[in-house]
Structure formats: structure tokens, C-alpha cells
Design a protein around this ligand. Structure first.
Ligand code: SF4
Length: 229
């Protein structure tokens, strides 16, 4: 699963040289309330406005960690730009169909964790991810470490996930426009994977995915291999 190699190195470049706080994974002590909680405007301390996406690799990531680039929740004073990026190491899988299904399944996890006082609004058609944090949660000590631990636990319920590093980014010097573009590119690569797994049409000149295919190593070969089966 190395179709995301370029996006991973582009992502690393965006956060290179920025101060990072690293929290090794531990069992989550923040409550998951199991359903979407509505945090009303009057109860909200601030909103995180940005993007959230997953990048997959079969190269070793080492140990599970939450990595914070910028301020933690307790130190944020008003609405700010934000990004959540999950680097996920998967088992090396020879069966591309299976690997693709695993990627799709893991992507859905972002809709299925519900930290108390941390209302996540995502959009299945884009990588937008906005979060409203309640005043009560802040008073009770909520932090990105809590959210990261909860999300890592969810990912690791899938036995194909070997390691996870979750980045929360709030540093104003980060280029959020570039991260947004990276998220779009990432979703185009996943869309191309959908296509090469399912569609037998091999007309590259007429294919709207040609630009992605030309860029992502192994994508074209995978489509030809699948179509010839
Ligand atoms: S190999 Fe790539 S460009 Fe050609 S048809 Fe398949 S997805 Fe499209």
C-alpha cells in the first residue's frame, strides 16, 4: 500500500521544522458518548475550522502516537484554522481488492467516534473537518491527547492496522491551503483506486484519472493487471 507515498512526503514537508509535542498512546480516559453531541453556540468555547484525512502506508511507522503541532485545546482563545491528519500503517497485503476495501473501511472511522464536548462536523463529499469545543469540556480538561488516544483505539479495532500517528495541527504558521490541496489529492488517489479495482475500461487517453495515474507509481500497472484477470 504505497500509493500514498508522495502525499506522505508532501505532508512531512508541510510540518517540517515546526515545534511538535509527542504523546505516546495510552488508553483513552475521555468519554466517548457514542452518538453525535450537539454543542450549541452559547456553550461553545471556539471552533476549529479545517480539514481531516487519512494517509496509508505499509512502511513501519514505529509506535502509536498523537503529535501536536501548535497549541493544545486549553490554550486556544478563539476560532482558528486546524488540520487532523492520521498516518496509518497497514499490513502488507498482496490482494489489492482487499487492501482497497480496508482503506475504505478505515476511512469511515472518522464518522464513528464521539468525544464528549468535542462536536465533529465532517462532510462525506470533501475532507472538511470542523470541530466545536464546549466550555464545559475545556473546564473538565479535554486535550488533543485524549482525542488522539480515542481515535487511535478506534483505528486499531481493525486488525489490519499496525500503527497510527495522529497529527493535530493548530500552528498559525502552517500553510492550511496546502494541506487542503493535499487532502483533495489524497481523495483523488482513493477515487482512482476505486476505479482501477472496479472498472475494466482501459482507455487512458479518455480517462479523467490520467493525471493521477501518471503521478502515482504503480496505479496504472494495477489497473492493467486487474482488467486482464
Ligand atoms: S490506467 Fe489509469 S489512466 Fe488508464 S484507464 Fe486506468 S485509471 Fe485511467
Amino acid at each position: 500500500m504505497n500509493f500514498f507515498r508522495k502525499q506522505i512526503s508532501d505532508f512531512e514537508r508541510e510540518t517540517d521544522g515546526k515545534g511538535k509535542n509527542i504523546f505516546p498512546f495510552s488508553a483513552c480516559t475521555w468519554e466517548d458518548i457514542g452518538r453525535n453531541e450537539i454543542v450549541m453556540q452559547k456553550d461553545s468555547a471556539f471552533e476549529l475550522q479545517g480539514t481531516g484525512f487519512e494517509l496509508f502506508t505499509s512502511q513501519s511507522l514505529g509506535s502509536d502516537e498523537t503529535i501536536l503541532v501548535g497549541k493544545d485545546l486549553a490554550d486556544i482563545k478563539g476560532d482558528i484554522s486546524f488540520a487532523r491528519v492520521s498516518l496509518i500503517e497497514l499490513d502488507e497485503n498482496e490482494d489489492e481488492q482487499k487492501a482497497h476495501d480496508i482503506v475504505r473501511k478505515i476511512e469511515y472511522i472518522k464518522y464513528h467516534y464521539f468525544p464528549k464536548g468535542y462536536m465533529i462536523r465532517t462532510n462525506s463529499l470533501s475532507s472538511a473537518e470542523n470541530v466545536r469545543v464546549s466550555k464545559k469540556a475545556l473546564k473538565d480538561g479535554i486535550s488533543f491527547e485524549h482525542i488522539g488516544n480515542m481515535l487511535i483505539s478506534k483505528y486499531k479495532e481493525n486488525k489490519n492496522v499496525k500503527a497510527v500517528k495522529i497529527f493535530f495541527i493548530t500552528d498559525p504558521s502552517v500553510n492550511y491551503g496546502n494541506l487542503q490541496k493535499l487532502a483533495e489529492k489524497n481523495s483523488n488517489v482513493i477515487e482512482a483506486l476505486d476505479h482501477v479495482i472496479r472498472d475494466l475500461n482501459l482507455d487512458c487517453d479518455a480517462c479523467k484519472l490520467k493525471a493521477i495515474c501518471d503521478e502515482v507509481e504503480g496505479m496504472k500497472e494495477l489497473h492493467f493487471k486487474n482488467a486482464m484477470k
